[in-house]
Design a protein around this ligand. Structure first.
Ligand SMILES: Cc1cc2nc3c(=O)[nH]c(=O)nc-3n(C[C@H](O)[C@H](O)[C@H](O)COP(=O)(O)OP(=O)(O)OC[C@H]3O[C@@H](n4cnc5c(N)ncnc54)[C@H](O)[C@@H]3O)c2cc1C
Length: 473
C-alpha cells in the first residue's frame, strides 16, 4: 500500500525508466509520482560543458518525457538551483517524500545535502538510492578500513564483492501531475544560449542506449574486447560512455548481461576479454571513489609529490593542439574525431593528453576542461582521473618518466593508418609508414598539413628535467 498520496522523483543522471531504484521505490511508496528534472540556468559559456553534451541531454530529456507519457505521466521541468526548485515543487504538489539516486561529485553531493535540509524543514521524507555504481565509494575498503589510492588492489576487492541485481521497471506512476503544476518547455541549445552543433553525436535516449548495449553483446564485441580495445580505427569498444554518464542504461543491467554472456562462452581468450571489460567498469568506480575521498583533485595534483609543479606550456601551443594542427597525425586525428563527434577513443585520449602535458608542457587542467567541453561522455571523475593519469600526477598514474612516443604509438595501434586517414583528410594519400615517423626531409607530409610543432625527443628530456627539478627542490 502506498504510504503517500504524492511523491516526487528527482531525475538527475538516471534518465531512464528501466532498473531505476529510486523511481521504483517512489512508485511503490506514492499513489502518484511527480517526475521532475531541474535544468541548469547558466548562459553561453561554461568551462565544463558544451554544445555536444547539452544537445545529447536535450534529446535524452525529450525521450524521457515521451517514455513517461507512454505510462500516463508527465515530466515536470524546472530551471534553477535544484534544491530551491525542488523545495518549491514539494510545496506546490503537496508531496510527502522525495526520491533520487545519489551522485558522487562534489556539486551533486552539495545539492543532496541542501535538499535534505529543505525536506527536514518541510517535514517531508527524503530518500537517496545507490544507482550509478555497483559499489559506492565507502563500500570498497582496505583491510584497515581506509580507502584505496591504487587501482589494482581496489579492483581486486571490487570484483570480489557481491553485485546487486537489476530492479523491475514501474508500469505506472499514478495520475499525471495536474495541469496547474507548471513545467518549463523541453530545452534546446538556445536554453543555454549555445550555438547549434552539427556534430555527429550518438542517438540520445533510453531506447537508443539499450540498443547500443545489446548490440555490443550480441555482435560479440564484448567477446573480442580485450583483443581489440586498443585499436582506434572502427568500433572496437562498447561506446556506452555517454549512456552510463546520463544513466540511460543501468550499470547493474550492463554487468548482469555481460556476466550472462560470459557463462555462455568456453574459449578462455573470450572470457579473458570479457573480464577485461568488467575491469574497465571498475576503473570508472575507482575514479568516483577518488573524487569522493579527494575532491581536491579538481584543484591540484592528486600525488602530493607533484603538487604545484610548474607547467610552462605556451598559449599558442595549446590553441594549435585544440585545432588538431600539431603536425603529429595521431594527435590531430584524435582532436578532430572529438570535434566532429564528441567522442575520442581511449587509447588516443591517452596519447593526446600525454602530448599536451609532456610534449607541450601545458597544464593538465587546460586539457581536462577542453575535454569536458567537447566529450558527450564527459564525466568529471573519469576525465580528471584520465588527465591526471596521463600527466603523471594522478592516482596510480603512468610514472612521469614513462612518456609515450606518439610516433611509436601510431606504429603499434594504427599501423595501417586507417584511423588517421579517417579524421585527417589531408593525409589520405600518405603511405602508412610515413604516418609513423616525423618527416625527415623537412617537408610536410601533405600540402596544407603542418610540420610537427615540436621534436618529441627534445620535449621528453625537458619534461624529465621539469619533474626532476620539482622533486629535488
Ligand atoms: C584523458 C582521458 C580523459 C577521459 N575522460 C573520460 C570522461 O570524461 N568520461 C568517461 O566516461 N571516460 C573518460 N575516459 C576514460 C575512457 O577513455 C572512456 O571511458 C572510454 O573511451 C569511453 O568509450 P567506451 O564507452 O567505448 O569505453 P569502453 O572501453 O567500452 O569501456 C566501457 C566503460 O567503462 C568505463 N571506462 C573505460 N575506461 C575507463 C577509464 N580509463 N576510466 C574510467 N572509466 C572507464 C566507461 O564508463 C566506459 O564507457 C578518459 C580517459 C582519458 C585517458
Amino acid at each position: 500500500m502506498p504510504r503517500h498520496k504524492t511523491v516526487i522523483h528527482w531525475f538527475r543522471r538516471d534518465l531512464r525508466l528501466t532498473d531505476n531504484p529510486a523511481l521504483t521505490a517512489a512508485a511503490a511508496d506514492g499513489e502518484r509520482v511527480v517526475p521532475a528534472y531541474v535544468l541548469s540556468g547558466w548562459k553561453s559559456a561554461h568551462g565544463w560543458t558544451g554544445g555536444m553534451r547539452q544537445q545529447f541531454l536535450c534529446g535524452c530529456l525529450e525521450s524521457l518525457a515521451r517514455n513517461l507519457e507512454s505510462i500516463g505521466s508527465r515530466l515536470i521541468l524546472r530551471c534553477g538551483r535544484a534544491d530551491l526548485e525542488l523545495e518549491r515543487l514539494i510545496r506546490e504538489a503537496e508531496a510527502g517524500a522525495v526520491y533520487f539516486n545519489r551522485d558522487y561529485d562534489p556539486y551533486g553531493r552539495e545539492m543532496e545535502k541542501k535538499l535534505r535540509e529543505a525536506c527536514a524543514r518541510l517535514g517531508v521524507e527524503c530518500h537517496g538510492f545507490k544507482d550509478r555504481v555497483l559499489h559506492e565509494p565507502d563500500e570498497v575498503k582496505t583491510g584497515s578500513g581506509g580507502h584505496y589510492r591504487v587501482y589494482t588492489p581496489y579492483s581486486r576487492n571490487w570484483l570480489s564483492l557481491p553485485k546487486t541485481a537489476p530492479v523491475s521497471r514501474p508500469s505506472r506512476l499514478g495520475a499525471a501531475p495536474e495541469a496547474s503544476l507548471q513545467s518549463h518547455p523541453l530545452p534546446g541549445l538556445d536554453h543555454w544560449k549555445l550555438a547549434p552543433t552539427h556534430a555527429r553525436i550518438p542517438a540520445p535516449g533510453e531506447k537508443a542506449a539499450r540498443e547500443r548495449m545489446k548490440a555490443f553483446i550480441e555482435d560479440r564485441r564484448l567477446n573480442r574486447y580485450g583483443m581489440q580495445r586498443d585499436i582506434p580505427a572502427g568500433v572496437t569498444t562498447s561506446r556506452l560512455g555517454q549512456d552510463l554518464r546520463f544513466g540511460l542504461i543501468s550499470i547493474r543491467e550492463l554487468y548482469a548481461r555481460c556476466m550472462r554472456a560470459r557463462e555462455d562462452v568456453s574459449a578462455p581468450q573470450e572470457r579473458t576479454s570479457m573480464d577485461t571489460y568488467i575491469k574497465e567498469l571498475a576503473w570508472r568506480e575507482f575514479y568516483f571513489a577518488i573524487l569522493w575521498f579527494h575532491p581536491e583533485v579538481f584543484d591540484e595534483e592528486f600525488n602530493p609529490e607533484f603538487r604545484g609543479i610548474h607547467w610552462p606550456g605556451r598559449d599558442d601551443h595549446f590553441e594549435t593542439w585544440c585545432r588538431g594542427m600539431t603536425g603529429f597525425p595521431i594527435v590531430d586525428a584524435g582532436i578532430r574525431e572529438l570535434l566532429a563527434t564528441g567522442f575520442m577513443h581511449n587509447r588516443v585520449r591517452m596519447i593526446v593528453a600525454m602530448f599536451l602535458t609532456k610534449d607541450l608542457h601545458c597544464h593538465w587542467r587546460l586539457g581536462e576542461s577542453f575535454f569536458m567541453r567537447h566529450l558527450v561522455d564527459g564525466e568529471n571523475a573519469s576525465n580528471n582521473g584520465g588527465w591526471q593519469w596521463s600527466s603523471g600526477t594522478g592516482a596510480d598514474a603512468a610514472p612521469y618518466f614513462r612518456i609515450q612516443n606518439p610516433w611509436t604509438q601510431t606504429r603499434r595501434y594504427d599501423p595501417g593508418g586507417s584511423y588517421i586517414r579517417q579524421w585527417v583528410p589531408e593525409l589520405r594519400g600518405v603511405s602508412p609508414a610515413r604516418l609513423c615517423e616525423p618527416p625527415t626531409d623537412g617537408r610536410p607530409l601533405a600540402p596544407g598539413y603542418p610540420l610537427p610543432m615540436v621534436d618529441h625527443a627534445t620535449e621528453r628530456d625537458r619534461t624529465l628535467a621539469i619533474f626532476a627539478r620539482h622533486k629535488d627542490g
